[in-house]
Ligand binder design. Sequence first.
Ligand code: FA5
Length: 350
Amino acid sequence: MLDELNRIRKSASLEIPAAHSSERLEALRIQFLGREQGALTLILRGLKDLPESERKKVGAAANRLRTDLEILFAHQRETLKKGAGTSRLLSERLDVTRPGIRVRRGHLHPITQVLRKIENIFLRMGFTVAEGPEIETEYYNFDALNIPDNHPARDMWDTFWLKPERVKSERLLLRTHTSPVQIRYMEKNAPPIRIISPGVVYRYEATDASHDIEFWQIEGLMVDRHISVGNFKAVISRFFSDLFGGKVEIRLRPAYFPFVEPGFEVDVMCLQCRGQGCSVCSKTGWLEMMGAGMVHPSVFKAVGYNPNPTTGGVQGFAFGMGLDRLVMMNYKIPDVRLMRGGDLRFLKQF
Ligand code: FA5
């Protein structure tokens, strides 16, 4: 038996360090220590049949050999692992002399590009930029703008109401226009005022080529003593000629908005079809770009301003234009829904 143990020790100490793969190492482990037929296992299992004097001697030698083999196997396992690490290092090594991988640059969304252009035009005319929240209270979106509950004008803006229905007794909604920023700004600032306020607004309505449920508006507000419709026309004509290079025809139509008096809508001749009529302008040749008007005295009262010019009060004009539609005009985009579609084939063109 002792001879047999020596033979196993000799062969194992040659073969285990020579194993160059984990598969080979596992085969050797089974050969020597395998639970069923391992050479050493068979000897340990046969101990019980030996005479007592021999059993002790062989048993001690066999256990020593088992410990030594386990150490040999563990050592070889480590060696193989390190070897694998080295070959990974070799395969992943960095060749700093190779040309780099080009990282594709993104760019600004067409809406952001046009918005920046518009902001610059207004900044040059002495306006500043103000912001307001997209989640708005019923008071700022409607009541303070002279649109009380049950007023039929509320039907003009299909609204996404938020749940829970009331927060601190206020009903919340996704703002349907940027006009609430007028109120928020006037509450905190005294006249004279010259601001624009760009932002996203939401409407619960059916979509088509010129209507989306989420779109950008830019609010404008100018308040001072002796401001008239003439000032509005001058500012807005200058704006359109700076934006489109002076080649654009605009027209003012009377319109009703409860927070202005008089009110009007401003149309721009459709650049897509040059006034001939197409799907973008619903075959009219004109695209409605903004609602506007002279700020209603009730709105001034709601923010604590004196609306009476004969007693030193103020007057002003306000407008709210659809930025998406201006972008459509600027780049001749046929459908407003492309703006938020996330289609790279569309976006890469700008
Ligand atoms: C308003 O939202 C008023 N707050 C504008 C205003 C401000 C009037 C200040 C008077 C004084 P209106 O609902 O018409 O008005 O929207 C203004 C502009 O937003 C429209 O002229 C149009 O250009 C754009 N717009 C309206 N609905 C959509 C829509 N569903 N998708 C894309 N653009 C839209």
